[in-house]
Design a protein around this ligand. Structure first.
Ligand code: ARG
Length: 288
């Protein structure tokens, strides 16, 4: 089914003043948290001393997967690998645009084996245009597509040279953004794509120069409060109409509703213990 197929609205948005939002069907890749745990710490959210409840993590993850399916999206699953507890964060596994797969190369030794594991999945699925990267980049954690433009994060994980590598590979303009707050170590923890030309973000997570760039490119962006950013409210997934995001990000829910989106609160507390939420668990497979 072509990705541009629209999903019929379930309620009559036509009644109100807000712009009608149209959802498009997406193909998503997810990884069941079968071996999920917090056994090391590579970001400030991770505390290996604190217990994680694996069966709760599984239930919460299944809730997200089921929600995607209910909304009309297709969810593919990659087999989780033992000893790769962070593999549940599929967003980091690659970046896929126009059916082209830009592989991930992880910053930390604990996650390096995930890069080839994800790349193998794409090869097995018959993807032809697959690039094993020269530079460190953590997939859609730091490389976000907004329509025909790409925003790329650096500062903690992704090497800025990967931005040029991605631009050359995809043939799309890439804008570099520098992150400064270790609690927002990936771009997808500080900025979220809402539609082909709209984003929401937390300005304080970026350098002054990057903030200015974002203001220039997206003057009407939704700006997140410190409270909403702190509960990972920006780690969201939007299909153009429905925005799935942490339930606790109340302010963002209100702002999104005011813009005609349908925010849907998701509870992923167990995965937040590793510094991940909705978007981290979701890799979008964009066809041409
Ligand atoms: N524990 C993982 C890490 O620090 C979490 C990754 C979250 N993924 C994301 N797309 N932000 O690498």
């Amino acid at each position: 089914m072509p990705v541009s197929d629209t999903i019929p609205a379930t309620d009559s948005a036509a009644r109100d003043e807000r712009p009608a939002r149209v959802a498009t069907r997406r193909r998503l890749l997810m990884c069941r948290p079968r071996h999920y745990d917090v056994t090391y710490s590579i970001n400030p959210w991770m505390n290996p001393e604190r217990a994680t409840d694996n069966s709760l993590a599984l239930r919460q993850w299944e809730g997200l997967r089921d929600l995607y399916i209910e909304l009309g999206h297709t969810v593919e699953e990659i087999k989780p690998v033992e000893d790769l507890p962070d593999m549940v964060f599929a967003a980091n596994g690659a970046t896929v645009v126009d059916g082209k797969v830009y592989g991930a190369r992880f910053r930390h030794a604990e996650r390096t084996a995930e890069g080839p594991a994800y790349l193998r999945w794409f090869q097995e699925q018959g993807y032809q245009d697959v690039l094993w990267p020269e530079f460190i980049n953590e997939g859609e954690g730091d490389i976000l597509t907004v329509g025909r433009r790409v925003l790329a994060g650096t500062g903690f994980r992704t090497d800025i040279r990967a931005h040029a590598e991605a631009q050359e590979f995809f043939g799309l303009p890439v804008t570099s953004l520098t992150l400064v707050n270790p609690r927002h170590y990936h771009l997808d923890t500080a900025l979220s794509v809402l539609s082909d030309d709209e984003i929401m973000y937390y300005p304080e997570a970026f350098t002054p120069g990057s903030r200015a760039v974002l203001r220039e490119m997206f003057p009407d962006a939704v700006l997140a409060s410190a409270e909403d950013a702190a509960v990972f409210g920006l780690n969201a997934f939007s299909d153009g109409r429905h925005v799935l995001l942490p339930a606790a990000a109340k302010g963002l829910h209100t702002q999104l509703r005011a813009r005609g989106f349908e925010p849907i609160g998701v509870e992923l507390s167990e995965l937040l213990k590793a510094g991940g939420s909705v978007k981290c668990c979701t890799l979008e497979l964009r066809e041409r």
